[in-house]
Design a binder for this molecule. Sequence first.
Ligand code: GLY
Ligand code: MN
Ligand code: MN
Length: 439
Amino acid sequence: MRVPQISMSVFEERRKKLSNQLRDSALILVANPEHIRNGDVAYAYRQDTNFFYLTGFEEPNAIFVYRPGKNPETALFVMPKNPDQETWTGFRYGIDGAKKHFHVDAAFSIESIRAELPRLLADVEQIHHTLFVDQGFDQMLLEIVKNLASSRSRSNRGHLTISDPRSMIGELRIRKSPAEIDWHRRACEASAEAHVEVMRAVRPGISERALHGVFLRAIMERGCAREGYGAIVASGENATTLHYTFNDQICRDGDLLLLDAGGEFNYFSGDITRVFPVNGRFNEAQKRIYQKVLTVQKDLVAMVKPGIARESLQKETISRLTDVMIDEKLLRGRKEDLIEKKEYLKFYMHGVSHWLGMDVHDAGTTSVNGEPRLVEPGFVLTVEPGLYVPADIPGIPDELRGIGIRIEDDILVTDSGNENLTIRSPKEIADIEAVMAKR
Ligand code: GLY
Ligand code: MN
Ligand code: MN
């Protein structure tokens, strides 16, 4: 027997916030499908974020229909109980359990979706559904829309339209409630402490894979269910690949290690990058370039407050990192020309910030009415400038070849400015070396 770990009032309140925008509409959410990894082994299951956000229900083969103001207002289609199968694959809530524990007006077997859904769509004017995730379901939905069209055509209303609800739900997800901030804080703090565990474990000769294991153990010991994304455990030159995920090389004396990893707690993700020396001490060139990126990163974090646009952070990053590139003889020429010709892209080629939440690159548009979105209290965003020097391009100082630096924190916007949720993971050179000296 299982019971939901989060109070259903959380999900009911979230749904309520959507209700005005869904008058005379049906929102349909389809649970993430299961995927086979190999043979009869499935990939570890994780519910679709929007499905979980509005229901709290974590099983696959489920569909949720929300029709504010109608009866039933909420309907959940789930796998029925099946003791034989549950002996193999574990507990299911079943139809009665879904109704009892997830506070929905009606629960049905997923097998009856074809019979029941037309009735739930007969008295609405619009459908909100994300197409192309489960194309089998899409096909069935289109058939239902077609069949309903004949009754609607007599009143000249045309087909029910289908619109994508992601930006509407994203508008809610971008503003975190106090409870959500608590969960997000847990994810970020667990992730930050896990980074420290990896700093303590790294040494010449250890594999990136073993360090990944250290990170996983540390986040799970702190209550995280899983990672928020596949960790990047990149030693030496591997750090110049932005989303390096092989994580199978041996860490070498004299190299740096870039760890970009975050745990997920109650579906909220941390996203932290730290760079530290495999042998515990930065060499002079590493120290110099790391310190320059760190100074930029800290200045960017200080800029985060209500009313700033992420675009402003990006502009400042390009300007400041181009200065570093000129200073370090990675680029030559006038700063304005180098920026105009986007020469900085050779060494810095990604956004400096993204929304963070239940998805690592979280929901919520970056612009509103064609204007850059200004951040508000309750938003969480990353700040992550980086500098990546490929080993094999001509005309650059040898001491910088193959160095990749990214420093990434998770920043909560507050009324008066911001709070760094990942402060527990040291980033000052002296602090990192002090942690590593105690190994
Ligand atoms: N971990 C992916 C990112 O930093 O955006
Ligand atoms: Mn990030
Ligand atoms: Mn990251």
